[in-house]
Write a protein that binds this ligand. Structure first.
Ligand code: UD1
Ligand code: MG
Length: 440
């Protein structure tokens, strides 16, 4: 006769999603889903890339493959060396109000350190192999340094649990190598609609006056191109601040941190391949060198972070991954496109503003809540983990808005959010290339 304990264990497995088709305990479906963005990027590379750039792409993918295998091997090895005191509790496998005790599942934190260091080493190899032929070695070195600094400061944050006043100072510090080395232009090309606004209406005169304060202007002969002047440096810092924080606060579900970054990076690689058909500038060749090892190391980390997670990625990962996306967009001159690809993160940031700026109470964790009665995740409320306010209200995140529409298990939620991410990226690429000749 089966014991009550067996039945409980079985019910718990089903409730938290271990039996879900999206769980790593049944890996076929998550693996096929995970290969789709990579497949799309590699297809774009093989169809669109001009023949003289193919050797560069093949070398870069080769370095990526090496980085992938190294990360897959090292993540379990290093995770065993993380001290117990730096383990994190897998919060969505347990009711929120109970004290965390030894029965709870705790797993090693900050394994973004491994994928990050392997990524930096891959970039160093690329830097040595590609030299100055197609990509400027100086630019690649500055990008590598910025990523290395982001890893260092992210890891410091994980280990030292820095207060927010110090955290605010991190992104500008991380952007410093990029600012110091940046010697490209300060001109940006807004989408056609905005360019028309700048050339045909009074908005152009107003913008010109403001830009004049920073030594910039609306380029007279440039049909709405905008020279940001010194404001370009401020814009670079702001993009780094946005990307690092936007990834970090769209988090808390196994696989979501790495998964979102992986989908966005694959989309940028596909975009670069298509662009290189007509535009041979370094803007896009840099993406071809930079992204394959980044995608590879992120995918390797995702294997261990997918539900049920064996490791957490930590702020180390969110910090350097956000930085990497900002770096390719800055050096490739496509910030607006990056924001389109990051629409879910942007929406999550916008709905979070009242809590981020303390206009509404903000608990330490805003991730969803495991509901014991239904066995599903539901949207979380401010008071779920401890009583903070008299009048309770929902935590304002995109994840909670999705759960409000339909509560689901953790792996189903992660898969839903990543499919949403992929659809947004596909729509952004369609907008750029497929619709009425593209928005640019
Ligand atoms: C950000 C979010 C916070 C969210 C947290 C989760 C804001 C302002 N902050 O904070 O609301 O709860 O990320 O990442 O929006 N964890 C899980 N499962 C996961 C990933 C993380 O349970 O799949 C938990 C673990 O206990 C882990 C902890 O979250 O130790 C990591 O949180 P941390 O990255 O330190 O939180 P913040 O980035 O400060
Ligand atoms: Mg975090």
């Amino acid at each position: 006769m089966r014991s009550v304990d067996d039945d409980d264990a079985k019910k718990w497995r089903r409730d938290v999603g271990l039996d879900s088709p999206f769980s790593n305990t049944r890996p076929a479906i998550p693996r096929i889903l995970a290969l789709l963005p990579l497949g799309a990027a590699l297809t774009a590379l093989s169809i669109c890339l001009p023949s003289d750039l193919r050797p560069l792409a093949i070398r870069s993918c080769g370095i990526g493959l090496g980085a992938y295998l190294t990360t897959v091997h090292l993540v379990p090895v290093i995770s065993k060396k993380i001290p117990k005191s730096k383990f994190g509790c897998d919060l969505l496998k347990r009711p929120p109000r109970l004290q965390i005790d030894s029965k709870d599942k705790t797993i090693p934190e900050s394994l973004g350190l491994v994928s990050g260091v392997v990524f930096v080493l891959a970039l160093v190899i690329s830097d040595a192999v590609e030299a100055d032929d197609i990509v400027d070695a100086h630019t690649l070195a500055a990008a590598t340094l910025a990523i290395a600094l982001a890893i260092l400061l992210g890891f410091a944050d994980d280990i030292l649990d820095l207060e927010w006043r110090y955290k605010y100072a991190l992104p500008p510090l991380m952007a410093l190598p990029l600012l110091a080395a940046y010697n490209g232009g300060t001109i940006i090309r807004p989408p056609t609609m905005i360019r028309r606004l700048l050339t045909d209406t009074f908005v152009g005169d107003v913008s010109n006056t403001i830009l004049g304060l920073f030594g910039g202007s609306i380029v007279p002969e440039g049909l709405g191109l905008v020279d940001l002047g010194f404001a370009y440096q401020i814009y670079m810092v702001l993009l780094v601040v946005f990307c690092t924080n936007a990834v970090n606060i769209y988090a808390g579900v196994n696989g979501l941190e790495c998964g979102q970054v992986y989908v966005i990076a694959c989309s940028i690689l596909a975009m670069a391949a298509v662009e290189l058909q007509n535009d041979r500038s370094e803007n896009y060749t840099l993406s071809i060198v930079f992204l394959p090892p980044f995608i590879a190391t992120t995918l390797a980390l995702l294997r261990s972070n997918w539900y049920p997670a064996q490791v957490f990625v930590g702020d180390t990962f969110t910090n350097y991954a956000g930085m990497a996306l900002a770096v390719v967009a800055i050096l490739g001159h496509f910030p607006v496109m990056l924001l389109l690809l990051m629409a879910p993160q942007l929406v999550n940031f916008l709905v979070s503003i009242p809590q981020l700026f303390k206009l509404r109470p903000c608990p330490r964790h805003r991730l969803p809540t495991y509901d014991e009665r239904t066995g599903l995740l539901r949207c979380s409320y401010v008071n779920d983990r401890m009583k903070i306010v008299e009048k309770d209200s929902m935590n304002l995140t995109l994840i909670n808005l999705v759960l409000r529409i339909k509560p689901m298990t953790e792996p189903a939620l992660a898969a839903t959010l990543l499919v949403l991410q992929a659809l947004v990226c596909a729509a952004a690429l369609f907008l750029r290339f497929g619709w009425a000749g593209g928005i640019y």
